[in-house]
Ligand binder design. Structure first.
Ligand code: UN1
Length: 508
């Protein structure tokens, strides 16, 4: 395995510490990162101690004082340069993502492309942090609103998008004038170090203080330093619903703000007028892309009874052609799961759904033998299931697709919305009424609803996130930036009178 890309990303020392921009610290305790691709140790990072965390906070607080005074377009210029840096190292960073996380190389590069795109978006947004003006009800008064930076934004990210999710949060937070502290997943810590190394150079070149972007390493205990810390006004967390509920309670108890992007149980409704070739591509990529480990992965295919057999046959055939193996080999479609715990969860779900009555249309199983030594490669499978099985209502982060039959649109929408999660959704139809109904207030209850494209692969330009147990947060594009700032309403009196609001008289 050629690992030149590690050197290019500054990972040659095999360990990297807690980092405040330009300085790294070494606590002597390490998190080791093993690749699910070949089971080998890639490197280790030093775990952040409480003392180091305090140093990070002090540096971040100091950096905030300078950073918030820089005009927003000047902050945008720094982000623009980071976008250029990412373009330069797209190949290496994409390879690291693929090697450390296990997604296909094409998807690894795709993730870095999302980072580049959000940089471009953030540069434009840095000149558009607009507030409104209002007409005051009092004479010779002016009212307006403006947005100010919040301060330190804590980012907790998951293993499945080890670089892009941080960039959606961080690049927007940075142009807003915030500084960021990032705790990446302990399953993909080297990706965060690589992103930080590239950003560090840009910060240095621009004389921006260390501490504008920091990383801390560790498991949930290190995350807790931030969730319980009143110096961190906003926590943006991506991960499981279980984790989100804990974060929400901790941050909520100190009345801090959260942006939560949690589990999905995304479905595609296939109606009688659907183009089955469109269904095939959308559903296949949605279900097996990133080995079913996207929050937006397609987990349920709710198919009208008139098309059920045709869709079943086409999907089964397509699954038969999937090549599973080393994700850095571009001939393969599906890479490994992140680790053996994930493999066990996958096996458990298959076993339970069968006990509930599910019928395996495409068998699952763990692959063994040469090339599969890590023990993390599994076969994507399809299960014919009833809409209300417990397993079907549970998000299993693995390539298991449930095929569900429906009779009419009322039933399809009811099945669609009955799960606890509400991230992404899609309808495949050529019927305008069905499409509009799905997108209406009485249709999909998700944060993302698509027509004739699958559930995954959202562009950065829209706000990303979902409802119900997905957590309600929105990141990335549209006006998601507002969550990273505090809004202030201002009223200015330019007369010599002081007319009181609501006509109140207060004569002395
Ligand atoms: C995630 O799985 O956490 O829509 C994010 C998509 C990607 C992002 C997924 N743009 O599939």
């Amino acid at each position: 395995m050629d690992t030149k890309f590690l050197q290019e990303l500054g990972l040659h020392t095999e360990n990297a510490g807690t980092s405040t921009g330009q300085n790294s610290m070494d606590s002597g305790q390490y998190i080791e990162s093993y690749s699910p691709v070949d089971g080998k140790l890639i490197g280790k990072v030093s775990q952040t101690t409480r003392e180091e965390y305090e140093q990070v906070m002090a540096t971040a607080q100091e950096a905030f004082k300078t950073w918030r005074m820089m005009p927003a377009p000047a902050r945008g210029e720094v982000v623009r340069q980071y976008g250029l840096k990412l373009r330069e190292h797209k190949d290496a960073l994409g390879r690291l993502v693929s090697y450390e996380m296990g997604k296909s190389l094409q998807e690894g590069w795709g993730e870095v492309q999302e980072m580049i795109d959000i940089c471009d978006f953030a540069v434009g947004q840095s000149r558009q942090l607009y507030g409104l003006t209002m007409h005051s009800e009092r004479p010779s008064h002016r009212m307006y609103e403006q947005y100010h930076p919040l301060g330190i934004v804590g980012i907790i990210s998951a293993f499945n998008f080890p670089v892009a999710v941080w960039s959606w949060n961080s690049m927007i937070a940075l142009i807003c004038g915030d500084v960021t502290v990032w705790k990446a997943s302990e399953k993909s810590p080297l990706c965060s170090v690589a992103c930080q190394n590239l950003l560090r150079d840009v910060l240095k070149e621009n004389n921006v203080p260390e501490g504008v972007s920091c990383i801390i390493n560790g498991d949930y205990k290190v995350g807790e330093f931030m969730t319980k810390d009143h110096r961190v006004p906003l926590i943006s967390a991506t991960g499981s619903t279980r984790m989100g509920k804990i974060v929400a309670a901790e941050v909520g108890s100190r009345l801090g703000k959260t942006i939560l992007e949690l589990g999905g149980n995304n479905a595609i409704i296939v109606t009688p007028s659907a183009d089955t070739n469109v269904v095939l591509t959308g559903a296949l990529f949605g279900a097996v892309g990133t080995a079913g480990q996207r929050c937006t992965s397609t987990r349920r295919l709710i198919v009208h009874e008139s098309l059920f057999d045709e869709v079943k046959e086409k999907m089964t055939k397509a699954y038969g052609q999937l090549r599973i193996g080393n994700p850095l080999d571009e001939n393969n479609h599906v890479g490994p799961l992140i680790d053996k715990d994930a493999v066990q969860n996958y096996l458990n779900a298959i076993e339970t759904v069968q006990k509930e009555g599910g019928k395996l249309l495409v068998e699952g199983g763990v692959l063994e033998g040469p090339g599969y030594e890590s023990g993390c490669y599994v076969k994507p499978c399809i299960v014919e299931a009833e809409h209300d099985y417990k397993t079907v209502h549970t998000e299993t982060f693995a390539p298991i697709l449930y095929l569900i039959r429906y009779k009419d649109m009322d039933e399809a929408i009811a099945y669609h919305n009955e799960v606890p999660q509400g991230l992404s959704s899609a309808i495949m139809t050529n019927n305008l009424r069905e499409a509009e109904r799905f997108l209406s207030h009485a249709g999909s209850d998700c944060g993302i609803a698509n027509v004739n494209i699958g559930t995954s692969g959202a562009e950065i330009g829209g706000a990303f996130g979902g409802e119900k147990e997905t957590g309600g947060g929105r990141e990335s594009g549209s006006d998601a930036w507002k969550a990273y700032m505090r809004r202030q309403t201002n009223t200015i009196n330019y007369s010599t009178e002081v007319p009181l609001a609501q006509g109140i008289k207060f004569d002395l």
